[in-house]
Ligand binder design. Structure first.
Ligand code: AMP
Ligand code: TRP
Length: 327
């Protein structure tokens, strides 16, 4: 079975973009690894208490999805191998490659100072993926470029030092790979957006979900059709409904012919409320037992570290480092 690896940053409350683009695609199969990437979460100034809470929050979602039962669920900072491999990636990638990353350009734009960590972040992500000989990386559209960079780095390393790394591939869902903000539908829905009405959180109550969708920015005109250029707000709602129900967007367009924006919003709200209900209830139950969450993560870290060690050993050898003394 193809090795799957994916990571989610514990930088804030999870929203339906994280769910539809990433978490929902995560399969609880043996040999798959799901990581809470806390080292990625400090590339921007952060609040330590929030990092701690956020880590348990992301873990509660992964556990609610049952990922710990068959797969390895762990916290990145519990497996130091990730930073060692990152250093090798740092010496493999180039400044030019990192400067071309869309996400970096967007985040650095107009700022006088950004951390080296924000710039180098894709190299840490490459290390996460390559460490486990990953073949498939389920992620949202915004991460496609980082996975492509990972392939380039792996190819470069392999051609310099001999076949070592597996070339990974990003996997994206047919709908929901890029959920847009409810208030600014030209932008993606984002954990870091300070406007609470821009996103639907996995832990939002049914009434909050209904209120936010009712307030969602729509477009001029009255026709309900999928056209992300001309009608980004309506298209986003159609895509959310399609992602939750599995119905193709063309079918939804037929269904909504002659209907009003209000009717669309009411339907979408119900689909989202019901789609999230079981997950929210499980997450709340799990969050009440942080000790159990930590136990699961500890066990996961041991398994991940054992999988990472032979890979690192091979990489050190290929690079010409002297063998370490057994500890
Ligand atoms: P992050 O919050 O950046 O750690 O994202 C975790 C996962 O959710 C990654 O696979 C992202 O690509 C995905 N993701 C984040 N925001 C969205 C969005 N608005 N739509 C779809 N996927 C998303
Ligand atoms: N960079 C990803 C994000 O912001 C999170 C991430 C880190 C990741 N390492 C990864 C995703 C490895 C997939 C595989 O969403």
């Amino acid at each position: 079975m193809a090795r799957v690896f994916s990571g989610v940053q514990p930088t804030g409350a999870l929203h339906i973009g994280n769910y539809l683009g990433a978490l929902r695609q995560f399969e609880a199969a043996p040999g798959h690894l799901y990581c809470i990437v806390d080292w990625h979460a400090i590339t921007e100034p952060h609040d330590p208490a929030q990092l701690h809470r956020g880590t348990l929050h992301v873990a509660s979602a992964m556990i609610a999805l049952g990922l710990h039962e068959e797969s390895v669920l762990f916290v990145q900072s519990h497996v130091p191998a990730h930073v060692e491999l990152m250093w090798y990636m740092t010496c493999t990638g180039t400044m030019g490659e990192l400067q071309r990353m869309t996400q970096y350009k967007a985040k650095a734009k107009g700022r006088r100072s950004v951390s080296v960590g924000l710039f180098a972040y894709p190299l840490l992500m490459a290390a996460d993926i390559l460490l486990y000989r990953t073949e498939k990386v389920p992620v949202g559209e915004d991460q496609r470029q980082h996975v492509e960079l990972t392939r380039d780095l792996a190819e470069r390393f392999n051609s310099r030092f001999g076949e070592t790394f597996v070339l990974p591939e990003a996997v994206m869902p047919p709908a929901g790979a890029r959920v847009r903000s409810l208030t600014k539908p030209l932008e993606k829905m984002s954990k870091s957006d300070p406007d609470p009405d821009s996103k639907i959180l996995l832990l939002d109550s049914p009434d909050e979900i209904r209120r936010k969708i009712k307030k969602a920015v729509t477009d001029t005109g009255r026709e309900i059709r999928y056209d992300p250029q001309e009608k980004p707000g309506i298209s986003n709602l159609l895509e959310i409904q399609s992602a939750f129900t599995g119905e193709p967007i063309s079918k939804l367009e037929e269904m909504y012919a002659g209907k009003t924006y209000r009717e669309l919003k009411e339907q979408v709200a119900e689909v989202v409320v019901e789609g999230l209900r079981p997950l929210r209830e499980k997450m709340e139950a799990i969050a009440a037992h942080p000790g159990e969450i930590e136990g699961i993560l500890k066990e996961g870290a041991e398994k991940a570290a054992a999988l990472a060690e032979p890979m690192l050993k091979e990489v050190r050898q290929k690079l010409g480092f002297l063998e370490r003394l057994p500890s």
